[in-house]
Design a protein around this ligand. Sequence first.
Ligand SMILES: C[S@@+](CC[C@H](N)C(=O)[O-])C[C@H]1O[C@@H](n2cnc3c(N)ncnc32)[C@H](O)[C@@H]1O
Length: 253
Amino acid sequence: MQPFFSQDAKVQTPNCSAWFPLGKALTDFNHGHSQGKLLTKSDIEGDRFVSVASFYTGPSQFTPLSLAMIKSCVGIVADLGAGSGSHSLFLQSKGYKVYGFDISFDCVEVMKARGVKNASQIDIMKEPLPQKFDSILICMNGLGIAGSIKGLDTLLFHLTESLNDGGRIICDSTDISYVKSMPAQKTTLPRLKNKNLGEVNYQMIYEDYIGEIFPWLYIDDKTLRKTCSNFQLKMLPIAREDESTAYIITKEK
Ligand SMILES: C[S@@+](CC[C@H](N)C(=O)[O-])C[C@H]1O[C@@H](n2cnc3c(N)ncnc32)[C@H](O)[C@@H]1O
């Protein structure tokens, strides 16, 4: 990742993989260590502490966007990038057959410990899901996993390969064009010139765990629509909340 940053970038030297700090933070929280705060650094926002408890919300605290996405699930559901499995657990309690997937081994262990019946580890950027689903739910800026506009092609390819006929991808993303009018943020991850605005680099730190820097994508309506049409996919916005939009993406008939 180093070439993405200018020479004087004061990046903390990573000592673990990108999502390892999140997995450790969620594990600690699950064991009752609820003070945990996760530090996120990005090249576009200032350094920011995220409350680990925000990954443990119940249905009454789900955002309107998440609720709209959850209500759009049909049939057998994959909760991709499921984190601590809060959405999987809710769907499971409503009688859905749900499979939680995450790149982080620790997240998978947390999901199992919390009662998610089917939880497994996968890197969706490397391969499609191990079986086909009627709904693939990717909450909390889920398309960000793609990392870049180019990566979105790979992500959409693997997702469509993982859908049953008539299946749907239910996801959300944020249009961050508002940052253009904001004063420059204090950050230790300098931004490379000429990068697309929504292609952001992040680093997560939890206690002594300093994760690898990883790319994350924020995509706007127009770019998403264009990418979907390249794949003969139809994109339907289903809910909006501030600059974020939830979508259902299906194959064109
Ligand atoms: C922003 S968190 C969202 C967690 C959860 N969906 C929620 O709403 O609370 C993103 C999640 O995606 C997982 N993730 C990141 N890259 C992934 C990949 N390539 N394949 C599968 N999961 C991934 C991370 O480990 C993390 O749990």
